[in-house]
Design a protein around this ligand. Sequence first.
Ligand SMILES: Nc1ncnc2c1ncn2[C@@H]1O[C@H](COP(=O)(O)OP(=O)(O)OP(=O)(O)O)[C@@H](O)[C@H]1O
Ligand SMILES: [Mg+2]
Length: 244
Amino acid sequence: MPSNVIVVMSPKGGVGKTTVSVNLAAALASIGKRVLIVDANLDTPHVAIYYGFVGYKNSLEDVLNGKIQVNEAIYKTENPNLHILPARVFKNKGDGNAQYKLINLFHHLGRIAESYDFLILDSKPSAGLDFVKLIKNASMLIVSMPEIASMIEAKKLNEESMASGVRVLGIVLNRVNKKISGHMNDAEVSRIVETKNIWKIPEDFNVFEALKKGIPIVWQNQKSLASKAFLELAREVASRSLHE
Ligand SMILES: Nc1ncnc2c1ncn2[C@@H]1O[C@H](COP(=O)(O)OP(=O)(O)OP(=O)(O)O)[C@@H](O)[C@H]1O
Ligand SMILES: [Mg+2]
């Protein structure tokens, strides 16, 4: 197992888990870390789409269903440091069985995982702590938007994690936009969720442009505000994960 397994989670859907996973993985690769990103959201898997990666034959479902070895479903990306283990967007017959076998993921990864500095796992909404607890030394990154519903869910997940001994690296507050008066300010956010680390990713319409091109924004538009924030997140995650 690599020393750093990071599960990107949020109980609420659509807050930016995949955007954060894909860009964190891409940014870590850019700063020289060897990264495997795993699409562990088998319901609505979008990691491959966000990398513009289409037409792959083998997927995580095939691995979990014992049809192939894990190395047959790991693909290279345009950055040699970053590999991807995708799930299947349009399911084949029998793929549904893979869902409850996700707990065997690390058994399948075996020694391959040791060749990476980081494993980044995107997850489905409400993936549940049990999944994280199965992974030795896994840390969690909670994604939320600065609005009340997702903050309350982030708070609940953070508290459950602390109570069950799961390490939370911090909260990624995504789509921060000061022009939206209903969004929470820093003080309000800190009052709701008790955490040492809050990273803010601005709402940035360049994210959509990058998505349309199928290139993570950290590679596609390095000058964008979101890109700078993702790189900062990656640098901090890299240093904290390795030294704490
Ligand atoms: N910082 C941002 N600025 C602008 N748009 C963003 C930002 N982050 C995410 N988005 C957009 O928000 C939408 C949802 O993002 P994403 O798919 O990452 O959420 P998710 O939490 O993974 O969703 P799901 O729960 O379905 O897995 C996407 O269209 C994405 O492009
Ligand atoms: Mg997603």
